[in-house]
Design a protein around this ligand. Structure first.
Ligand code: CP
Ligand code: NVA
Length: 308
């Protein structure tokens, strides 16, 4: 049994296996309608709990569809409607769910909830996003990059904006997949030093560059995300926007990257804030491929977790 909690906690060979399996399963489905089952049904007879303590469009739909394509059944659970949201401990919830289901995916606030769920569950637990990380997203992003441009190893990835949970998982992936990562953003919104330190210790080349145009010079991939995440206080919105405006990904910024640089965003995007529509709908943008690849990457993650 394998938990999928974070990219830096997962063996690089396992990560590579997941990406390869995702690509193979995607190819095998080519030309099918979305609702059709896969030829192989590795999740037949399996039940998956999908717990959401925060909103979601992509994660909930892609996990749900992925389970069904592989012959399993899923149930969507909202944290507030469970006893979890009314005082039952995470440990007890994990013990109970383990008596009913074969796999748990959870999107939550504090990372400690995820860790405790994994500590007490007898079934695999998948991180569907916490305040600190979003590993499933980055697995889809690696799959997307490699589909368009080949191996990501040795490439230059630039994160422009808030050093948030999605950025943290890119930092973790830099060491595991062997790409260089440059962060450009305001000093107050840098990624956690612990994560930068971990990535460097694991051998990744991590650069922090305050000037966004200098940062994206020679970039193969430019990535951004919302300026206000679900866990950020709405009262900080204006202050964050003011700090982050210079890091908007627009055509002028993309012009400083390599001519064939790709643009990624995990979505949901706030057009004309962190990214302009000209970039998001432009030739280098692969944002909807990323969204699609959540499905394929997560199917491979679930199979790896269950060993099926
Ligand atoms: N990118 C992502 O995780 O989207 P959702 O919040 O819609 O799941
Ligand atoms: N950083 C964003 C990602 C959403 C998928 C958030 O946590 O709200």
């Amino acid at each position: 049994m394998n938990h999928f909690l974070d990219i830096h906690k997962t063996d690089p060979a396992a990560l590579r296996g997941i990406i390869d399996n995702a690509a193979a399963m995607k190819t095998a489905r080519a030309g099918r309608t979305r609702g059709a089952s896969d030829d192989e049904l590795p999740l037949a007879g399996r039940m998956v709990a999908l717990i959401f303590e925060k909103p979601s469009t992509r994660t909930r739909v892609s996990f749900d569809v992925g389970v069904r394509q592989m012959g399993g059944q899923s149930m969507l659970l909202s944290g507030t409607e469970m006893q979890l949201g009314h005082g039952e401990t995470i440990a007890d919830t994990a013990r109970v769910l383990s008596r009913y289901v074969d796999l748990i995916m959870i999107r939550t606030f504090d990372e400690s909830v995820l860790i405790e769920m994994a500590d007490y569950a007898d079934v695999p637990v998948i991180n569907g996003l916490t305040d600190r990380t979003h590993p499933c997203q980055i697995m889809a992003d690696i799959l997307t990059y490699e589909e368009h441009r080949g191996p990501i190893k040795g490439k230059k990835v630039v994160w422009s904006g808030d050093g948030n949970n999605v950025c943290a998982s890119f930092l973790h992936a830099a060491a595991q997949f062997g790409f260089d990562l440059t962060f450009t953003g305001p000093v107050q919104l840098e990624p956690e030093q612990e994560f930068i330190g971990l990535a460097r210790k694991a051998g990744a080349r991590i650069t922090v560059e305050r000037d966004p145009h200098k940062a994206v010079a020679g970039a193969d991939l430019v990535v951004t995300d919302t300026w206000v995440s679900m866990h950020d206080s709405q009262s900080a919105k204006e202050r964050r926007h003011n700090m982050l405006r210079p890091y908007q990904v627009n055509e002028a910024l993309m012009a400083s990257a390599k001519p064939d640089a790709l643009f990624m965003h995990c979505l949901p995007a706030h057009r004309e804030e962190e990214v302009t529509s000209a970039v998001m709908d432009g030739p280098g943008s692969v944002v909807f491929d990323e969204a699609e690849n959540r499905l394929h990457a997560q199917k491979a993650i679930m199979r790896w977790c269950l060993g099926v």
